[in-house]
Design a protein around this ligand. Structure first.
Ligand code: KG4
Length: 341
């Protein structure tokens, strides 16, 4: 009988320490995530504190992932790790750990582009008969740092068709939420408030830029000015209207996202659409993409919420495909803070 493949994935690009194990066919055996609470009081991720917390978390997180997978570390075939993009100090923890462990176990390491992980997260199977996308598909990758439409032709063959020229969709959520006095990250708070509000209560400006690129900075300014002007006459304006403000903001972001996605589908004729990244956890975005795909009669891949934020399952799956190609990483390769798809 052929030896089974077991890939350990390690994710440490920002403020989540995560480890996961996938086996043949992309079947997920475990996915452990330790989130860092330490940043909450600072209103954003503090890089120094993030790397320190990764150092504390990485051993127990990896041990738990291997244990939950029901295997021994000696059975691992390779270790995949996020090499970038992300915070350099955080990435160094995962990268160094992966190198050390692979040397100890005498197995290869596979470097993973975090963005590829998000795009390929749809190939993680929790059950052997789970549906996965067929190539080519379009992936709307929306997070705190990215808003892009990616043409995915193969596991390692991707092209960005459109990207944001300024802020990312997640930044638009977070910055507008901050203007409303909501805690960081504001996206989930807007999502929760929007469920109670009227999406047509307020109108905010939408960008008019050609092609498939996005822009969210104009919306942010328009939101800010609406609040500033209204607060002059009513200091309670935000408190009284927070659900309507959140619903209208979310509806505008969704309109902007769907407008270019629809153009990309028309321009390419591709019949499968997937979403990924932190903002793909948004209830409104998920419902809108689902509706859009139903109306067009095209396949939609909407990830489980656990796979929208940073997680090692997506690193393990991206690493699994590179492992099958024998595309290994050298030990003198270093992490990179910035990289595109
Ligand atoms: O992919 P991700 O976890 O990491 C970064 O790119 O940093 O994305 C984080 C982003 C944040 O901007 C956060 O506000 C947003 O995803 N986000 C959401 C929701 N959950 C997370 N935005 C809107 N609605 C949500 N439910």
């Amino acid at each position: 009988m052929d030896k089974k493949t077991y890939i350990l994935g390690i994710e440490s690009s920002c403020d989540d320490t995560s480890a996961a194990v996938v086996t043949d066919g992309g079947l997920l055996l475990s996915n452990v995530i330790a989130s860092q609470k330490v940043h909450e009081e600072y209103g954003g991720v503090v890089p120094e504190l993030a790397s320190r917390a990764h150092q504390q978390n990485i051993v127990p997180v990896v041990q738990t992932a291997i244990k939950r997978a029901g295997i021994d570390k000696s059975e691992l075939s390779a270790i995949a790790f996020t090499r970038g993009p992300g915070l350099l100090g955080s990435l160094l923890v995962g990268t160094s750990f992966a190198k050390g462990m692979s040397l100890g176990l005498r197995i290869p390491i596979v470097d993973v582009n975090h963005l590829h992980g998000h795009v390929l997260s749809h190939f993680v199977r929790q059950n052997p008969d789970d549906r996965v996308p067929e190539f080519p598909y379009l992936c709307l990758l929306i997070s705190g740092g990215n808003s892009q439409i990616v043409m995915v032709r193969g596991y390692n063959d991707m092209e960005i068709l459109g990207r944001t020229i300024d802020d990312a969709a997640g930044e638009a959520f977070d910055k507008c939420a901050k203007t409303m006095g909501l805690p960081y990250p504001g996206g989930p708070h807007i999502d929760r408030l929007a469920a109670e509000g009227n999406p047509k209560a307020f109108k905010f400006s939408k960008p008019h830029i050609p092609g498939l690129d996005y822009s969210f900075s104009g919306l942010k300014t328009s939101f800010l000015y609406t609040l500033r002007d209204a607060l002059k006459t009513d200091p309670e304006f935000i408190e009284k209207n927070k659900a309507d403000l959140a619903a209208s903001l979310q509806a505008t972001i969704i309109d902007i996202l769907l407008d270019k996605l629809s153009k990309a589908v028309d321009a390419t004729g591709v019949r499968t659409v997937a979403i990924g990244g932190g903002v793909s956890a948004n209830s409104g975005v998920r419902a809108a993409v689902d509706r859009f795909c139903r109306e067009r009669g095209i396949h939609a891949f909407i990830p489980e919420r656990a796979f929208t934020t940073d997680n090692a399952a997506m690193v393990a799956i991206a690493g699994y495909f590179k492992y099958l190609d024998r595309d290994f990483c050298r030990y003198d390769e270093t992490p990179y803070a910035r990289v595109t798809i």
